[in-house]
Design a binder for this molecule. Structure first.
Ligand SMILES: *[C@@H]1O[C@H](CO)[C@@H](O)[C@H](O)[C@H]1NC(C)=O
Ligand SMILES: *[C@@H]1O[C@H](CO)[C@@H](O)[C@H](O)[C@H]1NC(C)=O
Ligand SMILES: *[C@@H]1O[C@H](CO)[C@@H](O)[C@H](O)[C@H]1NC(C)=O
Ligand SMILES: *[C@@H]1O[C@H](CO)[C@@H](O)[C@H](O)[C@H]1NC(C)=O
Ligand SMILES: *[C@@H]1O[C@H](CO)[C@@H](O)[C@H](O)[C@H]1NC(C)=O
Length: 766
């Protein structure tokens, strides 16, 4: 969604409400099935909670006229007062805290703010799956509390789980990074945290999450190419081993209640009009238990901007027939009736869509009467921004922050030794920058300067008036660095550099930031700590190679408590454990790689270097998974098989002729589970967390990845403590590769497993 569109939707809603009020007088019910104030509703089947969900939904659908039905196909759903149904706004957002983006949610004096967690890219860097879920639980509790006082909806269009394919993408900050496994785990964890009902009834939802934007969407506005017109040309292979896996996990493992289709086309078809992608894959193969919603306003976009159909009625019919259930926007509200009259779509198809929408609301308790008498009825303002929730926001930032360089152990700083700390940079005392986009009003802010100043005495110079840094105030900054015991520079980006509808065209720090950093480092007396606050990576090779810059930290957009977390890490109150969830490329990358080229794989014939750690063959500034600690951790392999046998029928062709791979289908997948046990030791005196990554390099068949992540696990270890980390790997699911036709294959031959610097050969044979 973007703001221009949001604005037009808001205007529409406002006009709609004004007209509606005039026509239908006073009596819109406050909540559905309010039997206490209207006993006649008690006899309606859909209000009867002792009936099964199917019966209730069927009862509701059959009571509605065609016009009423169409009112439930759009985000600002109309009310039907004669059967006690109030209007409902489907569009709320909760990407990293309850957000005010989307008309369904507002802050007021009753609840002026909500806990604002780090932007997702930093949370992903924690590689801590229980943290993903813990954040989701807090967000859904605050969301329910806001719903109870009329400030929020129950359907949240979060998370964004698109693969961060290109560092220039302005929305990369919203995502869990470039790796399909991490994105899948993030999606599953966050969605469970949002949705899981306190009564453990799998059919009940605490709030409904939505995985978006389906699919192959990761270009907003780059050199004149925008998402409303872009046709993503994607190979079958890239589709199935890069773009689809997070969505598949979100639906199958996370049991998400909704998927949102995107603006762009994939291979010539708008995703929201593609029956294979929607009805075929999401509902058919993955068995979505929920509704499919369009981005705002994708249907309008494929008609008016892409001219995909000749008439608006055809566009409406195509979307519904493809499997779209709900339209963010007003297009289906305007054109569906005419589409039905023209015979382009039958009312039965509309009933199917309504079924999915109503079933979701039913699972949320929307038709169970007074919300204050239900499971979450006691939640209210006191449950929002609690000290525990705010502490989790700080903890999430601490866990995500990545230490990229630390020469001469310049970090952690000692709060007793540092008498005066110079704090410099356009992001050194920022508030809103820290919470990124799809934000809400936070409970409060702790800026980096405030966080650091709470521990030591500081002097501060912004160095540039904003991150654009068109002219750096070098003299003022070098002056304070020259006399301070240590210097912290907080640089990087904000939404004016990378945002929705704003992709970057280069990877260099904006304006004169590099000049400021280099001059300050040259003049500084003590350690120089460079902090990059950003969503995407930057080419900071100059700083990596500058001996005067002793430490580098990447802090994402660290949320409301970001400054406190930065101080915790800088002064050793927390031992850093974050790892980069995306590759940092040099500037030369943008010259070789058009953002619009979707191919993941390198192409030697034209010098295309490929994308992400799995395929990119060029030089990197920092790699996926990079991140240092104040401890050092040793790995030792305790258990891992050397051989794995794939079971095939005796008549299988691979017995008579040499095969490079076999299909990863049911039979060959039997008994392919392997166990890998590793002993990890924290060889330092302080405690710390450590992420163990298991990567694999497959035999070189099907143009497979250079390596891919099979599994990861984060452990906390006290100083000198050791633990055995046990991985169960499903050979078929995790070890397999996708071939050129999009089919999963098990490569035969030697697979190399990598853990830290350890390498282990696993021979797979028939
Ligand atoms: C609700 O449904 C149950 C089960 O069919 C039925 O016994 C009961 O009478 C219904 N309640 C009302 C108020 O109609
Ligand atoms: C509508 O239903 C009729 C009768 O079942 C069927 O023949 C026709 O193909 C349907 N039209 C569409 C557009 O699905
Ligand atoms: C830092 O930012 C805070 C919050 O906006 C503000 O109150 C404070 O005055 C700023 N400090 C300096 C030294 O500019
Ligand atoms: C563990 O730390 C000690 C002391 O710093 C060092 O001598 C030793 O080499 C380390 N062991 C390993 C395996 O890294
Ligand atoms: C993961 O996050 C949870 C919640 O903050 C925390 O309790 C746990 O210690 C973290 N795990 C690791 C290994 O750091």
């Amino acid at each position: 969604m973007n703001r221009a569109r949001k604005f037009s939707v808001l205007v529409y809603i406002t006009l709609f409400c004004l007209c509606w009020r005039r026509v239908s007088a006073q009596s819109s019910p406050v909540f559905a099935c309010d039997v206490a104030s209207n006993p006649s509703l008690g006899s309606l089947g859909f209000c009867n909670s002792s009936l099964g969900l199917d019966l209730r939904v069927a009862d509701l659908v059959k009571r509605l006229t065609l016009q009423e039905k169409i009112g439930f196909l759009v985000n600002s759903a109309g009310s039907v007062s004669r059967i006690g149904i109030p209007k409902y706004e489907w569009w709320s957002e909760a990407l990293h805290g309850v957000s005010y983006v989307g008309p369904g949610t507002h802050f007021s004096s009753l609840i002026p703010g909500a806990t604002s967690f780090p932007q997702v890219i930093l949370t992903a860097a924690s590689f801590n799956t229980s943290l993903f879920e813990a954040i989701g639980r807090v967000v859904s509790t605050e969301a329910r509390a806001m719903y109870n006082v009329g400030l929020a909806g129950l359907t949240f269009w979060s998370p964004n789980i698109n693969i961060f394919r290109d560092p220039r993408w302005g929305r990369g900050q919203e995502t869990p990074g470039e790796d399909p496994l991490l994105a899948s785990k993030y999606a599953t964890g966050y969605v469970k945290g949002l949705q899981k009902s306190d009564d453990s009834d799998p059919n009940r939802l605490k709030v409904a999450a939505c995985c978006k934007h389906y699919t192959a969407y990761d270009l907003d506005n780059w050199k004149g190419i925008d998402r409303y017109h872009f046709n993503a040309v994607v190979t079958k292979q890239d589709m199935d081993d890069t773009f689809q896996p997070p969505f598949k996990s979100c639906v199958i493992d996370g049991n998400v209640a909704s998927v949102m289709c995107s603006y762009n086309q994939v291979n010539g078809k708008p995703t929201c009009a593609d029956p294979d992608l929607l009805a075929g894959v999401i509902r058919g193969q993955w068995n979505l238990n929920g509704y499919i919603v369009s981005d705002c306003d994708s249907v309008d976009v494929f008609y008016n901007s892409q001219h995909y159909t000749k008439t608006p009625e055809e566009a409406a019919a195509k979307a519904i027939l493809a499997g779209l259930d709900l339209n963010c926007g007003s297009f289906l509200g305007q054109h569906t009736e005419a589409a039905v009259r023209a015979g382009l779509v039958n009312e039965s198809a509309i009933d199917k869509a309504l079924y999915n929408n109503f079933a979701t609301l039913m699972r949320l308790g929307f038709f169970d009467g007074d919300p204050r008498k239900q499971l979450y009825g006691k939640l209210g303002p006191k449950d929002v921004c609690t000290p525990e929730n705010q502490e989790l926001a700080r903890e999430a930032a601490r866990q995500g922050i990545v230490l990229l360089k630390n020469t001469a152990e310049s970090l952690p700083l000692s709060a007793t030794a540092i008498k005066n700390l110079a704090v410099i940079g356009p992001n050194a005392n920022v508030t809103k920058t820290m919470i990124g986009n799809y934000e809400g009003t936070p409970c409060k802010y702790t800026t980096p300067l405030q966080g650091l100043a709470a521990l030591v005495s500081t002097t501060y110079q912004p160095g540039c008036s904003n991150v654009q840094c068109s002219t750096a105030q070098v003299d003022e900054a070098t002056k304070i660095a020259a006399s301070a015991d240590a210097t912290v520079l907080v640089m990087g980006a904000d939404q004016s550099i990378e945002a929705e509808s704003r992709d970057r065209t280069d990877l260099l720090l904006p304006g004169q930031q590099q000049l400021l950093i280099t001059q300050v480092a040259k003049a500084a007396k003590g350690a120089v700590i460079l902090i990059i606050m950003s969503g995407g990576g930057f080419d900071i090779s100059f700083a990596k190679n500058d001996d005067k810059i002793t430490s580098i930290l990447w802090v994402g957009y660290p949320g409301e408590a970001g400054g406190a977390a930065i101080a915790d890490v800088c002064f050793g109150l927390y031992n850093p454990s974050g790892r980069l969830p995306m590759t940092w490329y040099p500037q030369s990358y943008v010259e070789k790689v058009p953002m619009s080229n979707m191919n993941m794989r390198a192409d030697a014939s034209n010098g295309y270097p490929g994308r992400t750690y799995r395929f990119y063959t060029g030089e990197k500034v920092y790699s996926f998974g990079d991140g240092l600690s104040y401890s050092n951790f040793n790995h030792q392999l305790v258990k891992a098989p050397k051989q794995l046998y794939v079971a095939l029928e005796e008549s299988h062709i691979c017995y008579s002729s040499k095969c490079k791979s076999v299909d990863a289908v049911e039979q060959s997948c039997q008994n392919l589970n392997i166990k890998i046990h590793l002993r990890i030791k924290n060889n330092a005196s302080i405690s710390g967390s450590h992420t163990v990554f298991v990567f694999s390099t497959s035999p070189n068949v099907h143009n497979s990845a250079q390596k891919h992540l099979l599994a990861f696990e984060k452990v906390v270890l006290k100083g000198q403590e050791e633990a055995v980390v046990k991985f169960k790997i499903d050979g078929c699911k995790d070890l397999s590769v996708v071939d050129e036709n999009g089919n999963r294959k098990i490569a035969l031959g030697d697979h190399v497993l990598h853990v830290g610097s350890l390498k282990h050969l696993l021979n797979v044979r028939i």
